[in-house]
Design a protein around this ligand. Structure first.
Ligand code: HEM
Length: 238
């Protein structure tokens, strides 16, 4: 059976770099919320994490530095990807923001199938299905909001007194809201991508870069139809 190329090495590297950055930023970010009324996990989590880095306010300061450095590296990594593979970045943005007429029906039927076991034939999908597009849109918009609000917080922490920025209160609120939005989508994304048996070839493609042609035809028919014979050549073939 023939394989089709789905991801470049740079796509795979940026995806896993992004996932690792999210993990570090989420853990350190939750550890920074030292307010019992705000921390979703309660006080034990920030206390335990701070204890790991020296305890008390010194531990909190180390956690903040790790969070800030990871945030800056995350942005630099994404910029490096855009420089190395501008075509890939452009293709990704174009695909996720192009919604076709059958896409909404696909989403409703897919949810019906997964929750109630009802729903008709799924309309054919392009490079991404509508569920993937919705998550990708949320992560791009949410990611931009997280970076912009994070930059305001970093500046107010390092260069300006907090009182000098009228934006700080809004920046904190929007930072939390954007993380919450992307995190909600992430739970579904990880389930669909790594746990759901139907999507296993898609999961493997995030390491190998290729998917079997029959899987691609079944899940991303419009994409396969749009490929020329040259694009379809088995990348593993001699
Ligand atoms: C354990 C963690 C993760 C796993 C197992 C995972 C898995 C995958 C897989 C298999 C794909 C390829 C889907 C395809 O080409 O058909 C993918 C795509 C993608 N991933 Fe992840 N991912 C993880 C974490 C993340 C994180 C943290 C983010 C960002 C917040 C993210 C954002 C994306 C985006 C935007 C795409 C492209 C659109 C999509 O397929 O939904 N992923 N992921």
């Amino acid at each position: 059976m023939r394989n089709l190329k789905r991801h470049d090495t740079s796509d795979i590297l940026i995806h896993w770099f992004n996932a690792a950055s999210w993990l570090v930023l989420l853990i350190t970010g939750l550890g920074l919320i030292k307010n019992d009324r705000l921390n979703p996990l309660g006080a034990w989590f920030p206390d335990a994490l701070r204890a790991l880095f020296g305890g008390g306010s010194a531990g909190g300061a180390v956690l903040l530095v790790i969070h800030e450095v990871a945030g800056v590296l995350w942005v630099l990594g994404i910029l490096a990807y855009v420089l190395v593979n501008a075509r890939g970045a452009k293709f990704f943005l174009k695909e996720i923001f192009s919604v076709r007429p059958g896409d909404f029906l696909w989403l409703i039927r897919k949810m019906g199938r997964m929750t109630l076991g009802i729903g008709g034939e799924l309309p054919p999908q392009g490079y991404y299905n509508m569920g993937q597009k919705a998550f990708a849109q949320a992560s791009v918009a949410g990611g931009a909001a997280i970076v912009l609000t994070g930059a305001v917080l970093l500046l107010s922490d390092k260069m300006l007194p907090a009182s000098a920025t009228v934006f700080v209160g809004w920046a904190v609120t929007l930072h939390y809201l954007a993380v919450g939005l992307v995190f909600a989508g992430l739970l579904v994304h990880i389930y669909m991508a790594a746990i759901s048996p139907e999507e296993k070839p898609g999961f493997r493609s995030m390491f190998t870069g290729v998917v079997p042609e029959d899987y691609a035809r079944h899940h991303h028919g419009i994409w396969v139809e749009s490929l020329g014979e040259g694009d379809k050549a088995d990348p593993g073939a001699p």
